[in-house]
Ligand binder design. Structure first.
Ligand code: CDP
Length: 234
């Protein structure tokens, strides 16, 4: 088995102006959860939100909504201006099952490389993190770009093989017929695109705690995440 992805080179968080939020309190923290596809970051972010009683935003859904818009009107993800036209995501039904499909995930990873698309989705994320009650956000660039001053940052990862197995189970549970090899190829391609892009690439912030979930059950990963965040907030 290979080592967990993205564990080598942490980067400094961007020096960006803070949102409109006033000073944070320990009772209303902002928690940033980043990591590659199928690392478990979404499940962990949801569990943290529940445990700390905070609102949660899955920022990947914003990029998936852009991708779904684009795909439905037959736009070409190879053109930034077409992707930008798909950025009005207000009308996308958050429960649309197609949002979670691999096709849409693949298009999301392509359009998310465009700075114009990232800029169009920035305000929504900054508004969410600036809520007075605190928040949990998960994605690829939360600890590095969106909330560089988050109170706790987790970078959740796992080996590519483990992530492919997890994604396979997820897709099978949704009734899809898929092969492990195809899922593995897809996840490798997504990792490469997300990490190699010029703007807001997937990377661990230097001050993020690394959580390798390769050998952990869901419950173990959640318990480890809560312990790491509690330590940061103490
Ligand atoms: O669930 P999974 O990890 O497969 O993907 P996701 O979190 O729903 O994100 C879909 C795609 O959106 C990713 O492959 C990224 O390219 C992009 N994304 C991003 O660029 N920045 C974020 N903060 C979140 C997602």
């Amino acid at each position: 088995m290979t080592k967990p992805a993205f564990t080598d080179e942490p980067i400094d968080a961007a020096d960006v102006p803070k949102g409109s939020r006033g000073p944070r309190t320990k009772a209303a923290p902002v928690i940033a959860v980043d990591g590659p596809a199928a690392s478990g970051k979404g499940t962990i972010a949801q569990a943290l939100a529940k445990h700390f009683d905070l609102p949660h935003m899955d920022t990947g859904m914003l990029y998936r909504a852009v991708a779904l818009n684009l795909w439905r009107w037959g736009g070409d993800p190879a053109h930034e201006f077409e992707a930008l036209k798909a950025c009005d995501v207000a009308a996308v039904d958050p429960n649309d099952p197609e949002l979670r499909s691999e096709v849409v995930g693949g298009i999301a990873s392509r359009v998310s490389a465009y700075p114009a698309v990232r800029a169009a989705l920035l305000e929504r994320q900054r508004e969410f993190e600036a809520q007075p009650g605190g928040a949990v956000l998960d994605g690829r660039d939360i600890g590095t770009v969106i909330v560089p001053d988050a109170d706790a940052k987790l970078f959740v990862t796992a080996s590519v093989e483990v992530r492919a197995e997890r994604r396979l189970e997820e897709l099978k549970a949704r009734g899809m017929k898929v092969h492990l090899d195809d899922v593995l190829i897809d996840i490798r391609a997504r990792d490469e695109r997300d990490a190699e892009r010029e703007f807001a690439p997937l990377a661990r912030a230097r001050d993020a705690d690394l959580l390798d979930t390769s050998a952990m059950s869901v419950d173990e990963a959640i318990a480890a995440a809560i312990a790491l965040v509690e330590k940061r907030l103490a």
